[in-house]
Design a protein around this ligand. Structure first.
Ligand code: ATP
Ligand code: MG
Length: 575
């Protein structure tokens, strides 16, 4: 087991091409600062989500880094909502995000903050910049601003409003704040350099007018700071030492620096890392929102979604998500990680922790003709061979059981070792079973098997030492719990659905077979009374999580992952 783990950890390094965990460049950068005493030995990070959607597996990476680095260095990590755009943000998202960060296993203690807590301070600082001649109110329209901005190859042009006097700017900004202008009529811009090689420095917008109530500040404001104006200053206010961001903020760093320097306030260190991308799914909140709004999935917590909600409902343990991040290491190059690698970590975790039970997904009725109709035996079953403390349970056996339809063939090909007419197999924890007869319906479909057991093989071994070639799982019909089981496949048909071809929408790439519902499955009675979220291994079939849709009459299970390690296979193929 250990040997195997080590092997795969090495392989992960190769696929990612970056340093191993705990020696990644980000860890080393913080370590350097610790050594040089740059922040008086403090490590203070923050996770800064915008509450405009639910957290996804990509965010888990930032959360793991922000909270994890603080933890590693005995520091602190804040949870701060960058709630600067009331047009897109909602309380629902704030609640879900706090719950999901907690579920992932992280704690911000009493340090829950909001950029909106700083609106007064940010406003005062904007006034300070205006007074210093470093900001101005611009009446160009949004389109004109875009036009004037230039391109990567062409410099921008100064706005005709750029040289307004400080007095005029102060007055206009005050009016903006008082609601005297309509949305889009004017904005406040930083006065930096329209010819800068970095487009972010070409007089970026600091404030825009939004006549919408804010989830936290209500109607107090109708001007809202842009993310780029709020973010660095929020970090500064909170005394953040290491502001860890994904790579797309690298080009924004000079702007954050400019604001902090012009204001003359405390300066955190920003370090960027590569975003996580996973095959066969998408990470854009905008696109995820479309899936939900257009009813293409059942909601943010649909088990096919890459959201933490979805993964939790599907049965992915938080510990597996953390271990996955750990194994990935940290790099600066964009990474497209195979979804099978995440599944591998889910399987590893569940293998250790999920109790085993027997469940039959595609039932075939088996009548055992030499077993007394009124008899029930309680068979001893192992709860988890990986966990010696998990103990044993009793599984009832009777004369009518269900087995998996796939486990029987009337005319088996050579390599089919499971049940067939005249053949003997083992029923897990019970008896050797021989099929004597096949019952068919009018269409010739097999609907029942007539079998016998060998009473001498109770427990699953023959005293005469004879062997069978396969062991089947089963459920006693009389004792079975009925369940609907939902099987999942990739949400998209291509590894990178964000890269659509011309004339194609990402929604065109949705896998029509991403969910398969098996309406009538049978599960052994030991799962009776389990709470939603309980996860089991159904022997030979995979790991299954009890869904909140379950009722007293019918359980609902989601398959988290199969038992097959696709990722190991992929690694082998790559050599
Ligand atoms: P948006 O496109 O709405 O800005 P976002 O995914 O960047 O979406 P935020 O709420 O701003 O959403 O993200 C919070 C933090 O999570 C940011 O610091 C961001 O860098 C990080 N993050 C988001 N997506 C990923 C990802 N795929 N991999 C790593 N970090 C991510
Ligand atoms: Mg963002």
């Amino acid at each position: 087991m250990l040997e195997k783990d080590k092997h795969s950890a090495e392989e992960i390094d190769e696929t990612n091409g970056e340093e191993t965990q705990r020696s990644h460049f980000l860890y080393e950068a913080i370590e350097d600062d610790q050594r040089s005493g740059r922040f008086d030995g403090r490590v203070h990070t923050r996770f800064p989500p915008e509450p405009n959607g639910y957290l996804h597996i990509g965010h888990s990476r930032a959360i793991w880094l922000d909270f994890g680095m603080a933890e590693d260095f005995g520091g602190k990590c804040n949870l701060r909502f960058d709630d600067t755009n009331p047009a897109k943000e909602e309380q629902e998202y704030i609640d879900a995000i706090t719950e999901d960060v907690r579920w992932l296993g992280y704690d911000w203690e009493d340090r829950l903050f909001f950029a909106s807590d700083y609106f007064d301070q940010l406003y005062d600082w904007a006034v300070q910049l205006i007074k210093a001649g470093k900001a101005y109110v611009d009446h160009l329209s949004q389109d004109e601003i875009r036009e004037y901005r230039g391109t990567l190859t062409e410099p921008g042009k100064d706005s005709p409003y750029r040289n307004r006097s400080v007095e005029e700017n102060l007055e206009l900004f005050e009016k903006m704040k008082n609601g005297d202008f309509a949305e889009g009529e004017c904005v406040l811009r930083a006065k930096i350099d329209m010819k800068s090689g970095n487009i972010n420095m070409r007089d970026p917008v600091m404030y825009r007018i939004i006549h919408a109530p804010h989830p936290r500040t209500g109607d107090k404001w109708c001007i809202y700071p842009m993310y780029d104006y709020a973010h660095g200053q929020s970090d500064s206010i909170e005394g953040v030492t290491h502001s860890l961001c994904s790579m797309e903020y690298e080009d924004h760093r000079p702007l954050y620096d400019w604001f902090l320097d012009e204001l003359g306030i405390y300066h955190p260190r920003q370090i960027e890392f590569a975003r996580l991308n996973l095959t066969y799914t998408i990470m854009s909140k905008r696109l995820l929102l479309r899936l939900v709004r257009e009813g293409l999935v059942r909601g943010w917590d649909d088990p096919r979604m890459p959201t933490l909600r979805g993964m939790r409902r599907r049965g992915y343990p938080a510990a597996a998500i953390r271990a996955f991040n750990e194994a990935l290491g940290v790099g600066k190059r964009p990474t497209m990680v195979e979804i099978e690698m995440l599944e591998y970590f889910v399987r590893q975790d569940l293998n250790k922790h999920a109790p085993r039970v027997m469940g039959v997904l595609n039932p075939l009725r088996v009548v055992i003709e030499n077993y007394p109709e009124d008899q029930v035996e309680e068979m001893d079953a192992v709860n988890n061979p990986e966990d010696p403390d998990a103990g044993m349970r009793k599984v009832p056996f009777s004369n009518v059981i269900y087995i998996e339809r796939d486990d029987f063939m009337e005319d088996p090909p050579k390599k089919f070792y499971r049940l067939a007419p005249g053949r003997e197999v083992r029923l897990r924890y019970a008896y050797f079973l021989t099929c004597n007869d096949v019952v068919k319906d009018d269409n010739g479909e097999v609907i029942e098997l007539r079998c016998t057991i060998d009473p001498a093989t109770r427990g699953g071994d023959a005293p005469d030492g004879r062997k069978v070639k396969s062991t089947l799982h089963w459920v006693s019909a009389r004792h079975a719990l009925e369940a609907e089981v939902r099987l999942y496949n990739h949400l998209f048909t291509t590894p990178n659905p964000a890269a659509t071809e011309e004339g194609q929408e990402f929604t065109d790439l949705i896998n029509p077979d991403s969910i398969e519902v098996l309406p009538t499955c049978y599960i052994e009675p030991s799962v009776q009374g389990a709470d939603a979220g309980s996860i089991y291994q159904f022997e030979r079939l995979g790991y299954f999580c009890l869904d909140p849709d379950s009722t007293t009459d019918k359980l609902v299970f989601n398959r988290a992952v199969t038992l097959r390690d696709d990722w190991a296979k992929m690694q082998k193929k790559k050599g």
